[in-house]
Design a protein around this ligand. Structure first.
Ligand code: XMP
Length: 430
């Protein structure tokens, strides 16, 4: 192993991630593990230089305070206990220079080296993946999103042709998205990639379905069925690669933290398709995942792309999806992205997209009355997607985008800009 590690044992503090990040900021790798880790499990972690016991407000679970196995005290590593104050005395204790304390513990007491960087992280993960997988095979659903793309690049580096990627095009991808997955992974990285164009199948199932929740269920359920069918055609696969990242684990609830929401990646696969998971990013925060992707040689456009919902353009082609409106969403979205990039807004704005409602409005084209669709542009900024503010896009930029959409996208005679913050409006329309 390349990197020294400080282990944080989760004794119910909500500050675990903040402390892990602070230690990583000091240049030392840090992982959070549950309080009930056994001495054997701890012993299997390599290059552990010290342990932090981090207690806090969630320490009491079901009426009893959680604690570590006393045998861990004999593990021989330096230990530091932090018991986070309750709200009552937080004010007084929060002035303690925690960073200085951590620095002293990490460097002076544990003698850890500041050798945490992406290059070393990748080398360590490659070694761990090879150890876990041996000469067996891993299956990965490669959507083209940041997390699955970075996992794919990492697994290709570690096990090459023992990785089988399946890219399901549900017909709701953005313009050129599936093409770029094929270009990067098949042509450049020479991945073993199975491409499934399931457009007709998805659009067939979605025909006439207007309810947003129903649409989401159909898209998610169908995705699993297509992936399962592909998995059954393959032989000798023991592992499933997953783009789980650290916030996914937190959101699913740690042993002490309260459940926020259940996490689902390719959950929902049938019981008889049993795989062991390979999750090489599960200790990384989103910005670290992106840095890892860049280090692995993925294009910036793939690594720094804006969030895109799993159901894709399906939730932006409002109401019952029709092919002509889906095309209008896809083409107008491509124009918006092109013009935002030209104006330098792609680096500034958190999320931007177009939607096409399922009604028409009256217009005039070529001196004659027309009855055509409307494109709505949405551009928002947010930190955590829980609330959002509207980007005040320059009027001239909006003018250019509008002109292009009206000239280049068929069946559209009107363009609007959504001025609604979240709340009350959600970011997506459905
Ligand atoms: P809302 O519309 O709830 O969106 O304000 C918040 C963020 O979540 C994204 N989003 C989704 N992502 N599957 C996803 O993977 C979904 O079904 C989904 N719905 C919304 C949305 O794009 C925004 O970034």
């Amino acid at each position: 192993m390349k990197q020294d590690m400080i282990v944080i044992l989760d004794l119910g503090s909500t500050e675990n991630t903040a402390i892990a990040r602070q230690i990583r900021d000091l240049g030392v790798y840090s992982e959070i593990h549950p309080h009930d880790i056994t001495p054997e499990e701890l012993g299997r972690l390599e290059n552990v230089k010290g342990i932090i016991l981090n207690g806090g407000e969630n320490r009491v679970v079901d009426g009893a305070a959680v604690d570590i196995d006393p045998a861990l005290y004999q593990c021989g590593h330096p230990m530091m206990a932090i018991d986070h104050p309750t709200a009552k005395c937080q004010k007084i204790l929060s002035v303690l220079p925690e960073r200085e304390l951590l620095k002293e513990f990490v460097f002076d007491i544990c003698k850890a080296q500041a050798n945490w960087n992406m290059k070393n992280f990748i080398e360590d993960q490659v070694e761990l993946i090879r150890k876990q997988v041996g000469d067996r095979k891993v299956l990965l659903a490669l959507s083209g999103g940041v997390d699955s793309s970075v996992v794919a690049a990492m697994l290709i580096k570690a096990i090459g042709q023992q990785l089988v990627c399946v890219h399901v095009n549900h017909g709701l991808m953005r313009k050129n998205e599936s093409e770029s997955v094929i270009e990067v992974f098949k042509n450049q990285l020479h991945a073993n990639l199975i491409y499934v164009d399931a457009t007709d199948r998805f659009l067939g199932k979605l025909e006439g379905v207007a309810d947003p929740e129903q649409k989401r269920k159909i898209i998610g359920g169908e995705f699993i069925r297509v992936f399962e069918e592909e998995a059954r055609k393959l032989e000798g696969i023991d592992f499933l690669g997953q783009g789980t990242i650290y916030p996914d684990i937190i959101e699913s609830g740690t042993k002490t933290a309260k459940m926020v929401k259940s996490h689902h990646n390719v959950g929902g696969l049938p019981e008889d398709l049993k795989f062991e998971l390979v999750e090489p990013l599960k200790q990384l925060f989103k910005d670290e995942v992106r840095a890892c992707g860049v280090e692995l040689g993925l294009p910036e456009s793939m690594v720094y792309r804006q969030p895109f919902p799993g159901p894709g353009l399906g939730v932006r082609c409002l109401g019952a999806i029709t092919r002509d409106r889906l095309e209008a969403v896809r083409e107008s979205d491509a124009i918006l992205r092109e013009e935002f990039e030209k104006a330098g807004l792609d680096k500034k704005v958190w999320q931007y997209f177009t939607v096409v409602p399922d009604f028409k409005s009256v217009g005039v084209k070529n001196n004659a009355r027309c009855f055509d669709y409307m494109v709505i542009i949405r551009a928002i900024n947010t930190v955590d997607a829980m609330s959002a503010t509207v980007e005040r896009v320059d009027w001239d930029v909006l003018g250019r985008i509008t002109d292009r959409i009206l000239a280049e996208v068929g069946n559209v005679c009107r363009v609007c800009y959504d001025m609604s913050p979240k709340p009350p409006a959600t970011i997506e329309f459905e």
